[in-house]
Design a protein around this ligand. Structure first.
Ligand SMILES: Cc1cc2nc3c(=O)[nH]c(=O)nc-3n(C[C@H](O)[C@H](O)[C@H](O)COP(=O)(O)O)c2cc1C
Length: 394
């Protein structure tokens, strides 16, 4: 497929699937178990319909105010570990695009490029996502590095209390400890663009840990496994609140009580997410849980991801209470399909779809979205209580 012919994120996904090895595509696109959670996120968003209004005029305004800053679009890039496995240089491409488009890019603890390098590339766009490790000195060191790199927003991910079983990756035998096997070698050889580029850039590694472990990708991966924590608790959130001066976001919330407690413990925002269906196969679709979380935290910012594959999804999330929607896989499908131009294409498609959707449903400002723009199938066709007496009588 030529990049000019790619019309939507799903076109980029298919182009990515054709261009990169199967094990890498499965790592990126797959989820927990047999991927039912990934599909549920997408289908729950697709099942929502809009309740469009007519006669709205004026300029479309997609800006979002968040943590005292103005972002140009309600679209952010979620933290993605080992993204360079999808396409060498992917992390930097995402950071660069975020800086250019004036949107946030969240650096993962498990990124394949160092915090410092990404923050240098995108000084206004970078946030930092922490996976809490067993060794508290390491957590402190990571936070110090993020702060020293000028990062203001800290995201702590709380939905990985256990390693998840991803059957697709198990079938590809892409698991720790990894060992190349004949099918893997054939898979790589069949995708020469990916193979040559990856050989030139070097095998992706968990770059943020490299300075703490003396060794290759296998040693670093073993280190991360050994450092993995069995969950994050409220005392951890309190400790992070004391330690981090800037905005603190708790990512991986699917429950209204958890959301409320996170705010009480000092979080500035919660992030509704089921990790893109990668942790618990039978988790509810994240969009299903968004309205209750919005209600629980009042006017605090609520961030959202999991299943966003188009601008309509972003507008639906906005209508159900998200201050901003984030994408994990969508821009990376772009990178894997067409490199930096593919990331730019993914972003352009999403931004254009957001604009068109806002115009089409009769809401000129993203910030003015409300649940009234989502069709309630039970109430559909009934005259709403808010209609004026003249309209009711007509
Ligand atoms: C390959 C991959 C790696 C990920 N790594 C991380 C990570 O390091 N930290 C994190 O908080 N979330 C991680 N996530 C989850 C994303 O931040 C995000 O929640 C998810 O991708 C959103 O769903 P979507 O891909 O459907 O947009 C990862 C997701 C993918 C696809």
């Amino acid at each position: 497929m030529h990049i000019e012919s790619a019309s939507c994120i799903d076109d980029l996904r298919r182009a990515a699937q054709a261009r990169i090895p199967r094990f890498a595509y499965t790592f990126l696109a797959g989820g927990a178990g047999n991927d039912a959670g990934v599909r549920r996120n997408e289908s729950a968003l697709a099942a929502l319909l809009f309740a469009p209004r007519s006669m709205a005029t004026g300029r479309i305004d997609t800006q979002v105010e968040l943590f005292g800053r103005r972002y140009a679009q309600p679209i952010g890039f979620s933290p993605v570990g080992m993204a360079n496995l999808a396409w060498a240089g992917c992390d930097l491409m995402l950071a660069e695009a975020a800086q250019r488009e004036e949107v946030p890019y969240v650096i993962s603890t498990a990124a394949s490029t160092e915090i410092e390098r990404l923050a240098e590339q995108a000084p206004d766009a970078c946030w930092f996502q922490l996976y809490m490790l067993r060794d508290d000195a390491l957590n402190a060191a990571l936070l110090d590095r993020a702060a020293a790199a000028g990062i203001e927003v800290l995201v702590v991910t709380v939905d990985t209390p256990a390693r998840s079983r991803r059957n697709g990756s198990i079938r590809e035998r892409f698991e720790q400890p990894f060992q190349a096997h004949p099918r893997f070698i054939l898979d790589v050889m069949r995708h020469p663009h990916w193979a040559l580029r990856t050989a030139r850039h070097g095998m992706p590694n968990l770059r943020n840990y490299v300075r703490y472990v003396d060794g290759d990708v296998h040693k670093v991966a073993a280190f991360m496994k050994e450092q993995a924590r069995g969950g994050v608790g409220w005392d951890d959130i309190r400790m992070l609140r004391r330690r981090w001066k800037g905005p603190l976001v708790v990512k991986g919330i699917l429950d209204a009580c958890d959301a409320q407690r996170a705010v009480e413990e000092g979080a500035d925002a919660v992030w509704v997410s089921n990790h893109g269906g990668r942790q618990l196969e039978s988790a509810p679709a994240a969009i299903t849980m968004l309205p209750a979380v919005r209600q629980a935290v009042g006017t605090r910012p609520v961030l959202f991801d999991s299943g966003v594959r188009g601008g309509e999804d972003i507008v639906k999330a906005g209508a159900l209470g998200a201050t901003m929607a984030f994408c994990g896989r969508a821009p990376i499908f772009g990178a894997a399909a067409f490199g930096a131009a593919g990331v730019a294409k993914a972003f352009a498609v999403l931004a254009d779809e957001v604009r068109t959707t806002l115009a089409q449903i009769g809401c000129r400002r993203f910030a003015d979205l409300s649940p009234a723009f989502i069709l309630d199938p039970v109430a559909a066709g009934r005259m709403p209580e808010t209609a004026t007496p003249a309209v009711r009588a007509a």
